[in-house]
Write a protein that binds this ligand. Sequence first.
Ligand code: NDP
Length: 343
Amino acid sequence: MPQDTQTNRRIVLAERPAGLPDDDTLRMEEGPVPEAGPGEMLLRTVWLSLDPYMRGRMNDAKSYAEPVAIGGVMTGQVVAEVVASDIAGFAPGDHVLAGSGWQDYAVSDGTQVLNLGPSPEHPSWALGILGMPGYTAHAGLLRIGEPKAGETVVVAAASGPVGATVGQIAKIKGCRVVGVAGGPEKCAHVVDNLGFDACIDHCADDFEAQLKAACPDGIDVYFENVGGRVLYAVLPLLNPFARIPVCGMVAWYNLTGLPDGPDRGPQILGTLLRMKVKMEGFIIFDSFPREAQEEFRHDMTDWLEKGLIQYREQVVEGLEAAPGALVDLLQGRNFGKMVVRVG
Ligand code: NDP
């Protein structure tokens, strides 16, 4: 069902999932296209970003952001086109970056909306390499990971928008970079196209041994995207004064309780203590000073122009395909930054 000018399709949270979201978690609703009033503008969604954090917003749990209410439109960043505007600085035809969520149309008062101009070269990149995931990689790696030339940096989800960018920035900084990804195709892409020194498949039986062999000088920076088996394999390889920016733990986002198995607390805290490791969590929206974003924009624009950063997207067609695509993303069945072409 394509986007039309009369109907606003919205995907709302129908119920809170236990574990992976399923067919009952999200529901599509239809209504009239809203009207913009004085001091407002009407936005038509063109691209919707799908990101792992969306799973967390489905939970009614204490976090850095409010959960999506039952019946509320699923949260998400979009690139939209301005249809009508009563706000100075936003004209019909402009493309904007906004947080209007999983729907065809939204009314905005312009708060926290970035104008990308009438014809940005790659509109969807504002959701990825030039947006939140790119900034996450840049600030998390450089400000917390503090990589130095010659050091070894390990990052998982290495073919995804954050991991791929982390590894390529670390290469620019002169590090040895080892990625971790799910499957041979992703690993080949990470080495052949992104220029990592090695990439290990975390599904391999001997993953731990392969990771050790790929890091003969130990690990100085582990950029934490996933948790789980990858974290446990990294711990014994950490060098004194290693740094761990804790960005995400997607391997655990669908847990309904603590996992079975040994209590890893002593191993984790013991490693941090004995190896004098700095482990620091961050949330990209408010963990860094304002100039961090300006530095990111400056560096990334420069690196893209010079061809030093490669960027891969997976395009999903149609708003109705978004729920299934998010489940794929949470299980590693994406290859690159997942974006939905809505209109
Ligand atoms: P990706 O597009 O890379 O998607 C997630 C990837 O995680 C999957 O493709 C899969 O890759 C991997 N994965 C899923 N399950 C497992 C598992 N059990 N073990 C190992 N890997 C797994 O995501 P992003 O680049 O958008 O995000 C990466 C991380 O960064 C996420 O944890 C996200 O929540 C976090 N994040 C945090 C931010 C912050 O402010 N702190 C901001 C933005 C993102 P593969 O098949 O290769 O294993």
